[in-house]
Design a protein around this ligand. Structure first.
Ligand code: HEM
Length: 413
């Protein structure tokens, strides 16, 4: 039977398929597993519904042996070593719709492309994007509800702002922003609806092809122009590489930042003493952002494939295994962080794994941090005494393959 909500709304459908609204907390299970071993072989019944679905749809029903790296050390060991743990597996999953991107490349190809793509994410570009793109986008969204009263911070701010930022950074025309967001979600819903995933991939390609042709004819100050002109050792990106990278950017840049900023707000709003401390002393903002990312990372795990029979922290992994790398578990590793389950912006600074580690460490992490800072500071500036609505029904973070709150009802003075 059709479901009027989920059939009509790809965001809802995607959230549900990722275990959003059903998986409340994976952490006790990870902690129990971590106590037994830093790396664990997973059986079919251990897999989250989203992963089982991927197995059915994308691996023709059969998943290879699946392992999960759980401790901080195990996660670092896997991510550091692209030779033993390849990223090529993405070519069989999300790469089917993104195209060939750096996400699924191993060295030396990966470093070559990353060098080219990095040219779009310079410090200078960030300094320009902050006042020209991020600040106006965030304020325009807050303008819509600031004078009205209660709001849902997720629906009205943290969900729409990063995709709008991405659309403007790329240089899309205003009338294309809605399509861009919808197709981006359909793209990563590949395992739930392959036909829609492939169709979205083609539609995005056509959109980007149009913009690329326009920028070649008339360069502008946007991401497409930079990618069209990027050069490293005499090499340039071909058009397909540009389309694929732009396809990757929508979910990589928008989906994650929407969820990480929602998690940060949830952490602060549900710990009013820490929120007050940040309100009084804005120099605490950067450490609040890092603690939000450690405590609840939006993308709890990524994947690698073992290329040989090997050992990780003493645990044997055969060649060809699917290795889930749980940054969420590593970030709660009690041997690295005291009271690891607690949100505490005052804990001693230690790096976390939310942006991964090693050669594929997030290319957009400085942008993500800047966006989080702008959205947090703007809310504190514009909504005096912002707080969770006490009438809100049990706001909480949820999800298996992505994590964030579904809503954050707020009040202010
Ligand atoms: C809080 C927000 C973000 C989080 C938690 C996050 C997390 C991650 C993680 C875990 C990876 C590694 C994936 C893997 O190796 O399998 C990654 C890679 C990547 N991220 Fe992010 N990301 C965020 C924001 C962004 C933004 C804003 C952008 C761009 C505009 C971006 C672009 C990328 C790209 C292009 C890669 C691929 C890098 C490579 O393969 O070398 N991300 N991100």
């Amino acid at each position: 039977m059709s479901d009027p909500v989920t059939d009509a709304d790809p965001f809802e459908r995607f959230n549900r398929a990722q275990g959003q609204g059903t998986v409340r907390t994976p952490y006790p299970r990870y902690a129990a597993w971590r106590r037994e071993s830093p790396v664990r072989r997973l059986m079919a019944e251990d897999l989250e519904p989203g992963m089982r679905m991927q197995g059915r749809v994308l691996f023709g029903g059969e998943l290879p042996p699946v392992f999960i790296a759980l401790s901080h050390e195990a996660v670092a060991e896997v991510l550091r070593d692209g030779e033993r743990f390849s990223s090529k597996g993405y070519a069989r999953t999300i790469g089917l719709v993104f195209g060939h991107t750096i996400l699924e490349m191993d060295e030396p190809e990966h470093a070559r492309y990353r060098g080219l793509l990095q040219q779009a994410f310079t410090k200078r570009a960030l300094e320009r994007w902050e006042p020209e793109v991020v600040v106006p986008v965030v304020h325009a969204l807050i303008d819509r509800f600031a004078a009205r009263g209660p709001a849902d911070l997720v629906r009205e701010l943290t969900f729409p702002f990063p995709v709008e930022v991405m659309a403007r950074m790329i240089g899309l025309a205003k009338e294309d922003h809605g399509d861009f967001h919808r197709w981006a979600i359909e793209l990563i819903s590949l395992a739930i609806d392959p036909a829609a995933g492939f169709a979205a991939s083609q539609k995005l390609r056509a959109l980007f092809a149009r913009v690329l042709a326009e920028r070649r004819a008339e360069p502008r100050d946007d991401l497409v122009t930079v990618l069209a002109q990027a050069e490293l050792d005499g090499e340039r990106l071909d058009d397909e590489a540009i389309y694929s990278f732009l396809r990757l950017l929508a979910p990589a840049g928008a989906e994650t930042t929407y969820r990480s900023s929602s998690n940060l707000f949830f952490g602060l709003l549900s710990h009013p003493d820490q929120l007050d401390a940040v309100r009084r002393d804005r120099s605490l903002v950067p450490q609040a952002i890092e603690e939000g990312l450690r405590w609840e990372c939006p993308l709890p795990a990524i994947q690698r494939t073992s290329t040989c029979d090997t050992l990780v922290q003493g645990v044997a992994i055969p060649a060809g295994a699917l290795v889930l790398v749980s940054m969420a578990s590593a970030n709660r590793d009690e041997t690295r962080y005291e009271r690891a389950d607690e949100f505490d912006i005052f804990r001693p600074a230690k790096t976390h794994m939310a942006f991964a580690f090693g050669p594929h460490r997030c290319l957009g992490m400085h942008l993500a941090r800047m966006e989080s800072r702008v959205v947090l500071e703007s809310v504190l500036d514009r909504l005096p005494n912002v707080r969770l609505d006490p009438e809100a029904k049990d706001p909480h973070i949820t999800g298996a393959m992505f994590r964030s709150p579904l809503s954050l009802p707020i009040l202010w003075d």
